[in-house]
Ligand binder design. Sequence first.
Ligand SMILES: NC(=O)c1ccc[n+]([C@@H]2O[C@H](COP(=O)([O-])OP(=O)(O)OC[C@H]3O[C@@H](n4cnc5c(N)ncnc54)[C@H](O)[C@@H]3O)[C@@H](O)[C@H]2O)c1
Length: 349
Amino acid sequence: MADVYRDPRLGELAGAGVLVTGGGGLVGSRIVAQLAAHGARPIVLDRFDAYPHPVRDLFRVDQYGAQVVLGDVRERATVKWLADRADYVIHAAAYADVAACTRRPDTAFAANVHGTQTVLDAVVTSSVKRLVFVSSASVYGDGTPTQNGAARFTEDQPLTPISVYANTKLWGEHQVRLMLGGSGTGYSIVRYFSVYGDPQIPKPGSHSWVVPWLTLSAHTGQPMRLNGGGHQVRDMVHVEDIAHATILALVTDQAAGQTINIGTGHPTSVRRIAELIATHYPDAAFVDTPMPEGDPRGGFADPRRATNLLGWRPAITLTEGIDRYVHWLRTTPDAIPDWFTTPAAAPAA
Ligand SMILES: NC(=O)c1ccc[n+]([C@@H]2O[C@H](COP(=O)([O-])OP(=O)(O)OC[C@H]3O[C@@H](n4cnc5c(N)ncnc54)[C@H](O)[C@@H]3O)[C@@H](O)[C@H]2O)c1
């Protein structure tokens, strides 16, 4: 773990049991790594089926000494047993793909709504000190563009989700407030903007996760597909910064009962992201493709709450993060899934 993430404020986590649902995924595994580095006792509950083998092995959550439980967040007895042994909970498990949730709203409901309810039922009758609910900037929908073009999202503005995925996250936020507000278990809600960084690998049939999509395309000699011409805007946050902010939300007094954007405050168009990646691949070609259903025009975070309440600022710039991702891909060529280079693959951004 880089020194920048060794945070003395996280010292109180030493020896604490932290249940991380979805701890076997991209973000969860980075959270587990940072928890372990601060002396906490991470406990992972995950189905481990979000990625085809061998992509899930990239996250290697077992290497951090975590207790790993293969299971579903809807399994009441399992979740209750684990919650009763935890001091804190980070609920990051989700059917975490916009396109997949649109195709399979029943699966989205099962994982993101039913699963969240099961976790809340378990923690509200436990001695867990605080639950951090992982939400998403998708709850904002398209927002209203400012004069400069991109929408700036502030936590208390009206929320108008435009996808099944976003709607499940919004439901989760409300349910966390309704069930834990006034209970003996505290909570914080973190709204991630666009997460990227190694070892992120796209999911088949997805249009999320622009950095891996475009980098893998350029790396394998395929054109970088710019949905809607790449004019949509994203606030890109490196996964290590995301993990740091999430753990801070677990223990920071001022974050109790708060909903907090985790974004850099900087808008970047998808086309600009492609241009940054192309600096590493001079032969890369761009092609414009249609906007997929549920893909927001996007916007960027008002990051003041994260700064003021968590004392958090991102440590990795987008240029650095892309450099790191390209370096990682070049040194980890086995990370590219077979399906990505088969003709049936339909990359999107
Ligand atoms: N990646 C992003 O850009 C982004 C942005 C905003 C919010 N988020 C949220 O961050 C969290 C982590 O996302 P990620 O990017 O690491 O995705 P991911 O798919 O890598 O991780 C999600 C993990 O949850 C697990 N999971 C799914 N359903 C489950 C269930 N029913 N029971 C147990 N485990 C289950 C999966 O197996 C997977 O390991 C999710 O809640 C996601 O909605 C991600």
